[in-house]
Design a protein around this ligand. Structure first.
Ligand code: HEM
Length: 216
């Protein structure tokens, strides 16, 4: 039988994930503050970029995992994963804006427009903003379930843009192994949805319109 935590256990699971998700940031701060890094700026830019991508993948994995495992409660973790994706994307962007451009907005936009891989990452980040802003229960109510769902389907565009950004950045170094691996992961996670929506008439997804449920 599928594991189904009590309300108290679920609170504990959420608290543990909340703290664990801060470990990468704490590690970056610690290594920088103690002077253990040769290139701290590069390390932080890449570390925050990596963790944005990991959390995007984890967020996209919740729905397929829930379907396959029949553990519907997993959906209750999805919002936190999505917000952590935004949080690390924000830090990633701020590292660039602060340390590469010293908060010079015009200079930053010139650089974004000049380097296509940054333009793609920037677009993905901008698209994440409305998802983060509308992640609360109050916003789900305000928008209405249908409109909220449509808006949050932007994640299907954001994740491939994140992969393209990563791929393009690594193209300069002809090092495609990791972008390829993450490209496959995102393709499988999105492909599963396409398959289920195609087969949906035969086996509709459980709890499709619950407040924290449904696709994406
Ligand atoms: C959803 C949004 C984004 C995702 C998923 C993402 C992901 C990544 C990843 C995975 C890397 C490579 C890390 C590595 O080599 O291990 C990276 C690098 C980078 N990203 Fe992003 N990124 C995003 C948005 C942005 C934005 C908004 C900017 C700036 C406007 C940006 C600028 C950069 C830069 C400058 C690098 C590193 C370049 C280098 O070290 O040579 N990214 N990003």
């Amino acid at each position: 039988m599928a594991f189904n935590p009590s309300a108290k256990q679920l609170k504990g699971i959420k608290a543990a994930i909340f703290l664990l998700a801060l470990v990468p940031l704490a590690r970056m701060v610690w290594l920088t503050a103690t002077g253990q890094l040769v290139e701290p700026l590069e390390f932080i830019t890449r570390g925050t970029g990596d963790w944005t991508l990991y959390f995007l993948c984890i967020t996209l994995a919740v729905t397929p995992l829930r379907r396959l495992s029949k553990m519907n409660w997993l959906i209750k973790l999805r919002r936190m994963f999505g917000l952590y994706a935004f949080f690390y994307a924000f830090l990633h962007f701020m590292t660039f804006f602060w340390f590469d451009h010293f908060f010079d907005i015009a200079g930053m936009f010139r650089d974004v427009a000049k380097r296509p891989f940054i333009l793609v990452g920037f677009t993905a980040f901008v698209l994440l903003i409305p998802l983060a802003v509308t992640s609360t229960n109050a916003m789900v109510k305000r928008l209405g379930g249908k409109r909220w769902l449509w808006l949050h389907r932007l994640i299907y565009l954001i994740a491939p843009l994140g992969i393209l950004h990563f791929w393009w950045m690594r193209a300069g170094k002809s090092n495609f192994t990791e972008p390829f691996i993450f490209g496959v992961i995102v393709a499988v996670l999105l492909g599963a949805r396409v398959y289920w929506s195609w087969a949906g008439a035969k086996s509709p997804a459980p709890g499709r319109h619950s407040r924290e449920g449904g696709n994406p």
